[in-house]
Design a protein around this ligand. Structure first.
Ligand SMILES: *Cc1c(COP(=O)(O)O)cnc(C)c1O
Length: 362
C-alpha cells in the first residue's frame, strides 16, 4: 500500500475514481467478455462518444484505438506518407517521430530548435513535397509547448495540402484545437487521462483516410491489422480488428464521463490555475528556475524547472512526504525536474507539493 502522489509526467497519478471503476470492472468480469459481444460494443461506444463530447470533435473526424502513441507514429507514416514527412523537433519525443519515419524508409526532414525552446512560425519552412507535417503541441521532455494560434498560423502559411498531425500526448484535452486547421491529433491515456498505460487514441479526418486508401490502391503496404483501412470499418461498429485492451477502454469511458460532468472549460481553467501556482513558486525559488525561457512557449501540463540541487536529491527529500516529481529527461536527468499538472492532480495536491518544496528545498 502506498499513498504516494505521482507528479511524474507519465505514467502519472491515476484519476481519483480509477480504483472504484477498476473494482466495478472486476465485479462485472470485464476481462472475460468477448470483444465481439454487444457488451463490449457498448463499452467502446461509451468511450468514443464521451471523447467526442469532451474534445468537441467535428463529424468528419474518426477515433481509432491503438496501443500507444509510439504505435500511432508508426501507423501514421505507414498509412499517410508515401515519400516524405516533415517534423518540428525540439526534444526527445518529437525527434523520435522523425526517426521513425526514416526507419520506415521515408525521407524525413525537420525544423529543429534547441531543447527547451518553442517554435516561431515565421522561421519554419515546410518543403512543398512534404505529405505530412508533424507538430508537437507539448514536448514532454523539455516542457516547451506550441500554442494553438501558432498551429493555425502555420496552416495559413503552408496552405491546405499537407496533412497536419499534432502530438498532444501530454496536453490533451487542455489545448482547444481548431479542427479545421489540423488533420489528426493523438494521445495516450497514461498522461492527462490518468489511466494505466496501454492505449493510444488516434483522431483523424477524412483526408488521412483517403490518403491511406490511395496508397493501398497503388499497391503499397499500409501495414496489416492496425492499418487505417483495417481499423476504420471495425471502429464504425465499435470494435477493433484484434482483441483490444478492453479493461482500459472501459476505464477511459468512465474517466471521460467524469471529465464531461466537470466540463472541458472547467478542466482547462483548473489546469491553468494550478500551472500558475507551480510557475509562480518556481520563479520565486532560490533553487529552481523555469526552464523554458519564453513565457508563451511554457507548457501548462508538463512544467520543467532547472534545479541547482541534483534532481535525485529533490526527489529523495519529497519521498517521505509521499510525493514524487519526475527527474529531467535523458541528459537533463539531474539538472532538471519535471512536474506533471494533469486533470488527476487536484488543486489541494498541487498546493501541498508547492508548500513542501518551499519547506524542503527553498
Ligand atoms: C509519452 C509521449 C509519447 C509516447 O507515448 P507512448 O504511449 O509511450 O507511446 C509521445 N509523445 C509525447 C509528447 C509524449 O509525452
Amino acid at each position: 500500500m502506498t499513498n504516494k502522489v505521482f507528479f511524474t509526467p507519465g505514467p502519472s497519478e491515476l484519476y481519483p475514481t480509477v480504483p472504484q471503476h477498476m473494482a466495478a470492472a472486476m465485479a462485472n468480469k470485464i476481462g472475460s467478455i468477448s470483444h465481439r459481444s454487444q457488451q463490449f460494443k457498448d463499452i467502446y461506444a461509451h468511450a468514443v462518444t464521451g471523447l467526442r463530447q469532451l474534445l468537441q470533435l467535428p463529424d468528419n473526424f474518426e477515433i481509432l484505438l491503438l496501443s500507444s502513441a509510439n504505435e500511432i507514429w508508426e501507423r501514421a507514416i505507414q498509412n499517410t506518407v508515401e515519400q516524405e514527412s516533415f517534423h518540428l523537433v525540439n526534444g526527445s519525443f518529437s525527434k523520435r517521430f522523425y526517426e521513425i519515419s526514416k526507419e520506415l524508409g521515408r525521407k524525413a526532414t525537420k525544423h529543429e530548435v534547441a531543447f527547451g525552446e518553442g517554435f516561431e512560425v515565421d522561421q519554419i519552412e515546410v518543403p512543398a513535397t512534404a505529405e505530412l507535417v508533424a507538430l508537437v503541441q507539448n514536448e514532454t521532455s523539455s516542457g516547451a509547448s506550441l500554442p494553438v494560434a501558432a498551429i493555425n498560423a502555420l496552416r495559413e502559411k503552408v496552405g491546405p495540402e499537407p496533412l497536419f498531425f499534432v502530438d498532444a500526448v501530454s496536453s490533451m484535452p487542455h489545448p482547444a484545437f481548431d479542427y479545421s486547421k489540423i488533420d489528426s491529433v493523438y494521445f495516450s491515456v497514461q498522461k492527462c487521462f490518468g489511466l494505466p498505460a496501454g492505449l493510444g487514441v488516434w483522431i483523424l479526418n477524412e483526408r488521412c483516410i483517403a490518403k491511406a486508401e490511395a496508397l493501398q490502391a497503388k499497391g503499397l503496404s499500409v501495414g496489416s491489422y492496425h492499418s487505417i483501412p483495417s481499423l476504420l470499418p471495425k471502429a464504425k461498429i465499435f470494435q477493433t480488428p484484434e482483441t483490444p485492451n478492453v479493461l482500459n477502454i472501459y476505464l477511459l469511458g468512465h474517466v471521460v464521463e467524469e471529465m464531461n460532468k466537470k466540463g472541458v472549460d472547467t478542466l482547462r481553467q483548473e489546469t491553468e490555475a494550478k500551472a500558475k501556482l507551480i510557475y509562480d513558486y518556481i520563479a520565486g525559488s532560490e533553487n529552481f528556475e523555469v526552464a523554458v525561457q519564453k513565457e508563451s512557449h511554457r507548457s501548462a501540463t508538463t512544467i520543467i524547472a532547472n534545479t541547482k540541487l541534483p534532481a535525485s536529491e529533490v526527489i529523495k527529500r519529497l519521498a517521505p512526504f509521499d510525493m514524487a516529481v519526475g527527474s529531467g529527461y535523458g541528459s537533463y536527468k539531474e539538472s532538471q525536474i519535471r512536474i506533471a499538472n494533469f486533470p488527476a492532480h487536484s488543486l489541494s495536491q498541487v498546493q501541498a507539493l508547492v508548500y513542501k518544496l518551499k519547506e524542503l528545498v527553498s
